[in-house]
Design a protein around this ligand. Structure first.
Ligand code: DQA
Length: 149
């Protein structure tokens, strides 16, 4: 199985970006920890982009290939109807999409309380740094079981 780990705007700056909020793990650290936890039978395909259309295209790829998705859409979480709709296309195929955030946006500024992703995804994990991604991996292993929606 291959799992797409899709990261949006500014997440290439992890490690040095607001470490008090996002911690000091880099995106490479996160992808390596996921691969380590997932084992040899799972390929962790970690990607990052600062462009909304790339994320939409990668979600279409997930719909076509059936690869489960761990998605940190970054700030696009709070703005993008296009991402909401692309996630819905993946979910329609029966493929899980788990939303993750390093921080817990609900504890932060009012503009982060708006979320266009949460109502489309299978489920969300927020507030645990690298642990949000690891919990999402576990969640995907459960979501992939028959009988889950
Ligand atoms: C984030 C939370 C978003 O509000 C923010 O815009 C990010 C990172 C997180 O992982 O905590 O870029 O998605």
């Amino acid at each position: 199985m291959r799992i797409l780990v899709l990261n949006g705007p500014n997440l290439n700056r992890l490690g040095t970006r607001q470490p008090d909020v996002y911690g000091t793990d880099t995106l490479d650290d996160i992808h390596a920890a996921l691969q380590n936890a997932a084992g040899d039978d799972v390929e962790i395909d970690g990607r990052q982009t600062n462009h909304e259309g790339d994320l939409v295209g990668w979600l279409h790829e997930a719909a076509d290939t059936g690869s489960p998705v761990i998605l940190n859409a970054g700030a696009l979480t709070h703005t993008s109807v296009a991402l909401h709709d692309a996630i819905a296309i993946v979910i329609e195929t029966g493929t899980p999409v788990v939303e993750v955030h390093l921080s817990n946006p609900h504890r932060r500024e009012a503009f982060r309380q708006v979320n266009f992703v949460a109502s489309a995804v299978t489920g969300s994990v927020t507030g645990f740094g690298l642990g949000s991604y690891l919990a999402a991996l576990t969640a995907i292993q459960h979501a992939a079981r028959p009988g889950r929606r």
